[in-house]
Design a protein around this ligand. Structure first.
Ligand code: TAP
Length: 453
């Protein structure tokens, strides 16, 4: 079995090595998951709920340990990493209520009784990217398990540590053998096998649109169920009647959080021309005030990028002569650092303006009015997220309804709340995660008619 060395992105030093499973190891895990599925779905709903609550409690008592692993292995600022570990607990807790609420329907029909059941789909393959290893794992794992499925999670090769630990905590909390397994390894080996193996009945994939397209094509061969959460190029629309102080103070965090490695990053700021100068005056100190540095230090707001290769990719969007309006700071020395960078004015064909950068780079573009803001916001193959700043309630609703995007926030930058559905329009994805209906995406509706005559 080969090994992968996990690097600390803030120091470039090795953290640990992780064994890489082969395709045959993956097949063995799928066989275990398949065998466990019949037993797991037969566990009484109340008992399944109790097991998920014990799993949540186990995560809760290891929040600091999980956060430290994410700081070391992914470079996330420790405050954010603690929030992420707590989020795993909360998502498990939320969906622990689902087993006892998988309620079907009784439908009036002639000649008998008609009822529907929500049956688990079976073995679920969960393919997770490196940018939010813990939250994205939880969004698939918790509702899938609650609905009676068994789950094999494949974390990104670069960031497997927290998923491996969460897998151990599941076992310690008493989840039966084979119900939840973590298979760190290459997408081209483990991930591909999950897509190709007929015993895996559903794939939940988060990652790039490019790989997502291949996964969807692979699933199509077996009519395998698939949920996709893909890229984004979201707009932060600041209209002239907005609270400019708040809009400018919060805009850096809407794109530089997680060093911009966020599918929901509002990487295109669209500002009504009449307030552009004032917005930029306020935005500059806000960008320069972002605390970039050691992720283990409590006050840090932004850490490094995930890898040297990714930093090179992000840097390609800011070539020599790029229209840099202003930049924040970044430490010198080892680590995959890249400073918060504001580009303005940008041309309409600048790749930084048209493509997902997935790094701390934002463009600022003037718009004449509401209509132009909507047109530009929608002029992208993506449609995941976005923000609208205005003090006019009617206008906020009008713009929110017109922007082709799955998750919008008004006078805030909220995207992901586990109580509400999350997912993308257009090439940002397929299906929804989270919210009260998430377990349904892991079930098949079965209709049963019982003759009474
Ligand atoms: P990808 O390269 O697409 O990788 C995502 C996951 O897929 C990784 O676990 C990867 O494994 C695996 N994978 C790669 N090739 C595969 C294959 N042929 N078959 C099965 N699995 C395969 O993305 P990334 O670089 O990790 O993440 C960045 C991208 O993801 C960005 O474009 C971002 O927008 C998007 N993203 C979207 C969202 C949402 S919620 N919409 C959230 C996070 C990220 P390896 O680690 O071995 O490559």
């Amino acid at each position: 079995m080969s090994e992968f060395t996990v690097l600390n992105p803030a120091t470039e030093q090795p953290v640990t090595t992780v064994a890489q499973p082969t395709a045959a190891d993956t097949d063995a895990a799928i066989a275990r998951a398949d065998a466990a599925q019949a037993r797991w779905r037969a566990v009484a709903p109340g008992e399944r709920a109790a097991m998920l609550r014990r799993f949540a409690a186990a995560v809760d008592s290891h929040v600091d340990e999980l956060a430290d692993l994410e700081v070391a292995g992914s470079g996330h600022p420790v405050g954010q990493a603690r929030w992420e570990a707590g989020h795993v607990r909360d998502v498990l807790q939320y969906y622990s209520a689902a087993p006892e609420r998988l309620i079907g329907q009784q439908i009036p029909v002639p000649g008998g009784l008609n009822v529907t059941f929500h049956e688990p789909v079976g073995v679920v393959g969960l393919i997770v990217p490196w940018n939010f290893p813990m939250p994205i794992l939880a969004w698939g794992m918790a509702p899938a398990l609650a609905a009676g499925n068994t789950v094999i999670a494949k974390p990104a090769e670069l960031t497997p540590l927290t998923a491996i630990r969460i897998g151990e905590l599941a076992a310690e909390a008493g989840l039966p053998d084979g119900v939840f397994q973590v298979m760190p390894g290459k997408g081209s080996v483990v991930g591909q096998r999950l897509v190709d193996h007929p015993a895996v009945r559903k794939i939940v994939f988060t990652g790039s649109t490019e790989v997502g397209r291949e996964i969807m094509a692979g699933c199509a061969r077996q009519i395998k169920r698939v949920t996709l959460e893909l890229g984004g190029k979201s707009a932060n629309i600041v209209l002239a009647d907005a609270d400019l102080e708040r809009a400018a103070a919060t805009a850096p965090y809407a794109v530089f959080d997680n060093a911009g490695q966020d599918c929901c990053a509002r990487s295109r700021i669209l500002v009504q021309r009449s307030v552009l100068d004032r917005f930029m005056e306020l935005f500059e100190p806000a960008v320069k005030g972002v605390a970039v540095g050691d992720p283990a230090a409590p006050g840090t707001e932004m850490g490094p990028l995930i890898s040297a290769a990714h930093r090179q990719h992000v840097a390609s969007y800011v070539p020599e002569g790029a229209p840099v309006a202003f930049r924040g700071s970044a430490p010198a020395g080892p680590g995959f650092w890249f400073p918060p960078t504001v580009l303005a004015p940008v041309s309409a064909d600048d790749p930084a303006y048209t493509e997902e950068v997935f790094g701390p780079v934002v463009t600022v573009t003037p718009v004449e009015d509401e209509a132009e803001a909507i047109a530009i916001a929608n002029d992208t193959p993506y449609g995941l997220s976005g923000s609208i700043w205005t003090s006019d309630v009617g206008r906020a609703i009008r713009v929110a309804r017109a922007v082709e995007s799955g998750n919008l926030s008004v006078n805030s930058h909220s995207s992901v709340r586990y109580w509400t559905p999350f997912g993308g329009f257009k090439q940002s994805g397929l299906g929804r995660e989270l919210g009260p209906d998430a377990p349904d995406a892991f079930t098949e509706t079965k209709n049963v008619f019982i003759a009474t005559d």
